[in-house]
Write a protein that binds this ligand. Sequence first.
Ligand SMILES: C[S@@+](CC[C@H](N)C(=O)[O-])C[C@H]1O[C@@H](n2cnc3c(N)ncnc32)[C@H](O)[C@@H]1O
Length: 288
Amino acid sequence: MPPETKRGAGSLPPGPFALSGADFQAIRALVKQRAGISLGPGKKDLVVSRLSRRLRALDLSSFSQYVALLRSEQGEAELVEMVNQITTNQTDFFREQHHFDFLRDQALPAITEAGPPRTVRAWSAGCSSGQEPYSMALVLAEHLAARPGWQARILATDLHTDRLRRASLGQYQEEEVGRLPRHLLLKHFQRGREQGRTLYQARPGLRAMITFGKLNLMERHYPRPASMDFIFCRNVLIYFEAADKAAIVKRLEACLRPGGWLFLGHSESLLADGERYACVGPTMYRKR
Ligand SMILES: C[S@@+](CC[C@H](N)C(=O)[O-])C[C@H]1O[C@@H](n2cnc3c(N)ncnc32)[C@H](O)[C@@H]1O
């Protein structure tokens, strides 16, 4: 058999696969249905570049075959994988530093001065690989260390199963911890080496503050009403259409205690929700 007709991942074309308009529409509809994410018409190249590697891994030779697989009874696992590939998971420790400054200087003092010791509850909704909830945990750990009886529990959720696995391991490479203040890195992370690389893993005490879980913000199974002191839902809403975004913001509001805080990403705002939230700073809101 001539080499070019052999099947197998290695024999597939190295370049991107062609994506027809109909297959693009089918993928857009599946992504919207599964994750609520609206892929605009300009995202065709992104879909090709993110999903071509899936076609290669599955030894498929066209997007039409891939769409047929997604629609088939065996397509469930691949739908999860497809959403994993399509979502943008960029994150960092102490991303949008002013949110963490507000938490340390205003929100946490207001919470701990308001009453007797209790458990502070927070949620990182769309936590990606964990840098956001670990940053929240660091601020909480530092603030509560000097306050006997106070504890903190963070719920960290995402749709992306691989990112969640990484997040719960709490292990980061040297270049990923660059934004962490040195004293916090040394105090709360353990330095190790693996395959010649330096790794930092969150210490058990920090990891124990966080519970990781899969939660699709488009679905209705949100945490208990009025249970959260603050919620970070940053750089997630940008993917949704206006109506879905509004519904998510409403469900998030229900999870907040009265007077709780909602932190959004830098390009997300709640201009239309002035009755329910007071703006307390750039992309920071307090439930009325
Ligand atoms: C750009 S990351 C933001 C991570 C972090 N919040 C930050 O600001 O650094 C967006 C995250 O939202 C998650 N996401 C997208 N759609 C989602 C959905 N429907 N439900 C839950 N998470 C979702 C993605 O998997 C991704 O990890």
